[in-house]
Design a protein around this ligand. Structure first.
Ligand code: FAD
Ligand code: NAG
Ligand code: NAG
Ligand code: NAG
Ligand code: NAG
Length: 533
């Protein structure tokens, strides 16, 4: 048996070498998959090349940022959509053997399109996990095994189907793929109570760079640590997560209260910066900041919308607000009592009365050309400085900022417990977004506004490093680095996404993927050769 295996293995190697020189890579890949198939007799492949009529619709299906679908951007040579764990395993083995650069896609929400565009290498393929979306909820044990291609909305729905008093603390946007989402942290409206998605992961199954399927016990604690926040596409292909469910009350309360600058919005926002981080952990109040119409026709103002989830009923919420944040002036009329699963729809912005089954559609509902960035704020921004920011904010057509409170459980988890380091001392996170619809036409203008606004906020946000959320991938970081060696460049974003944890991520990466098979524009780098040993 052993002998036969070795003969077969060397046969595959020989074959692959000769195939790469004579046949298209997708054919070589297909052939290799067949050799590794569990059921070679019924082997049918799902490889889509650019000449296949379904190629474009599959490529575009979950791609969230239209900026990365522009015709001028590189397209994969082919897309492979595996149907089970074995096929994912075979895909890694074959891509590695044939030297095909691989991108892995779960939900396609990457801000810089890293899961379906390679700006650094050609040819490349996309391993699209969209067909792997099982969600197996085990209420008796407060756990679920969830497959990488499922959306977080599907996970929420399947939990709520089995219990109205269980939930999971992850993203607000319900179409995120859990393969990429949880890998980078995963925050949502229960983070102040239960922490991030990664803080509630118990086990995982991955395909590593050697094509082995490993669970937590087999991969070891270093790698298990790295995949819980170190960002997607660096350590292996996540097949499954095992998550811990958290308790949610039968009745929760949501509200949205909007104030313009003219209605005293600036003062309230100034207060929010300290109050929203100290208030009861059951309460999460984020602020959506956008341009709006002033009372004078034709004049633009800034609107601030306080959008909240409270894990309890409105009576207690009103008490909490009376003592914790009276400046907002919340009234009973503002409060909507509902179930946790309906609060998910509310916070995600679905229209009133949308049925929870919408969560099963499993792909993005709207797409745009967009650019985004993020910051963490550790000191209150003075009222006067807020006013100067609004001037530059209003220079853009459709800017959006989302301010997201920290504190609570987020302060109780050590910076090094997971690669996600933005914990104690963070008051809130800012996300900046600008979107547009006319493609390349106005792109330069919007990109340049974003970069300019980001320079203007520098004095008010975290420093040394200027912290940034890895799940809000930003390829601007490190671009202007004078020392252009790739490791030095990687430090400029690595330290900002992970702070001191970057060192450990680099060590784990060097150990588990020494040939750097899993790589992209901002994947965790290997230790420079001289320092390895
Ligand atoms: C509209 C929108 C709303 C968002 N809201 C939130 C939010 O509320 N909270 C939050 O925390 N984040 C949020 N995000 C950010 C989101 O968490 C990240 O974009 C996340 O990476 C998306 O995961 P994905 O699987 O959908 O993306 P993909 O584009 O498929 O993947 C993202 C990255 O992970 C890699 N990857 C994908 N699948 C796997 C896998 N199975 N194994 C290993 N690597 C993999 C990819 O190669 C890529 O590098 C939002 C993003 C968008 C566009
Ligand atoms: C496209 O690819 C799929 C999967 O490999 C295959 O089933 C289908 O027949 C192809 N269609 C065309 C028109 O080639
Ligand atoms: C602001 O005014 C413009 C022009 O009157 C109108 O088209 C737009 O819908 C208004 N926006 C909001 C948010 O009310
Ligand atoms: C760094 O290198 C990249 C390509 O390797 C190049 O495009 C870029 O201009 C360089 N940047 C600087 C500041 O030299
Ligand atoms: C850039 O950084 C590398 C690694 O630290 C160092 O070896 C090299 O000398 C630096 N180059 C320049 C031009 O400073």
């Amino acid at each position: 048996m052993q002998f036969l295996w070795f003969t077969l293995a060397s046969f595959v190697v020989l074959l692959s070498v000769s195939l790469t020189t004579s046949v298209p890579i997708e054919e070589a890949f297909n052939h290799c998959l067949k050799l590794h198939s569990q059921t070679p007799n019924q082997f049918s492949s799902s490889i889509y090349t650019s000449t296949n009529g379904s190629f474009t619709s599959i490529l575009e299906s979950t791609a969230q940022n239209l900026r990365y679908l522009l015709p001028s951007l590189p397209k994969p040579d082919f897309i492979y959509t595996p149907l089970d764990d074995f096929q994912v395993q075979a895909a890694v083995i074959c891509a590695k053997q044939l030297g095909i650069h691989m991108r892995v896609r779960s939900g396609g929400h990457d801000y810089e399109g890293l899961s379906y565009v390679s700006l650094i290498e050609k040819p490349f393929m996309v391993l699209d996990l969209a067909k792997l979306r099982a969600v197996n909820v085990d209420i008796a044990h407060n756990t679920a095994w969830i497959q990488a291609g499922a959306t977080i909305g599907e996970v929420y729905y399947r939990i709520s189907e089995k219990s109205s008093v269980h939930g999971f603390p992850a993203g607000l946007c319900t179409t995120l793929g859990i393969g990429g989402h949880i890998t980078g942290g995963a925050y949502g409206s229960m983070m102040r109570k239960y922490g991030l998605g990664v803080d509630n992961v118990l086990d995982a199954k991955i395909v590593d760079a050697n094509g082995r399927v490993l669970d937590r016990a087999a991969m070891g604690e270093d790698l298990f640590w790295a995949i819980r926040g170190g960002g997607g596409g660096s350590f292996g292909v996540i097949l499954w997560w095992k998550i811990k469910l958290v308790p949610v009350p039968q009745t929760v309360t949501v509200f949205t209260v909007t104030k313009t600058l003219e209605q005293g919005g600036n003062k309230v926002l100034h207060r929010w910066q300290t109050k929203a981080t100290k208030i009861d952990e059951d309460l999460f109040i984020r602020v959506l900041i956008q341009p709006g119409n002033g009372s004078v026709p034709g004049q633009r103002t800034v609107t601030t919308s306080y959008n909240a989830l409270f894990l309890g009923g409105s009576d207690r919420l009103l008490q909490v607000m009376k003592h914790g944040f009276p400046e907002l002036g919340l009234t009973r009329k503002n409060c909507v009592e509902t179930s946790w699963i309906k609060s998910v729809l509310y916070i995600a912005g679905y229209p009133d009365g949308t049925a929870p089954e919408v969560l099963l559609q499993g792909k993005p509902t709207s797409k745009a050309y967009f650019k985004a960035k993020s910051d963490f704020v550790r000191e209150v921004i003075p009222e006067k400085s807020l006013k100067t920011l609004w001037k530059i904010f209003l220079q853009e057509d459709g800017p959006l900022m989302i301010w997201n409170p920290y504190g609570g459980m987020m302060s109780k988890i050590a910076e090094s417990a997971t690669p996600f380091p933005h914990r104690k001392g963070v008051l809130y996170k800012i996300q900046y977004v600008t979107g547009w619809l006319d493609g390349e036409k106005s792109m330069a203008k919007h990109m340049s506004w974003m970069r300019k606004f980001y320079i203007h906020t520098t004095p008010y946000v975290s420093k040394y490093p200027r912290e940034t959320y890895v799940n809000y991938r930003d390829l601007d970081i490190g671009m202007n680095q004078k020392n252009n060696t790739s490791f030095v460049k990687a430090w400029s974003w690595g330290y900002r996404y992970f702070k001191g944890n970057f060192n450990r991520l680099v060590k784990v990466k060097t150990k588990v993927d020494p040939s750097n098979f899993f790589r992209h524009e901002q994947s965790i780098p290997l230790l420079p050769t001289a320092k390895r040993g």
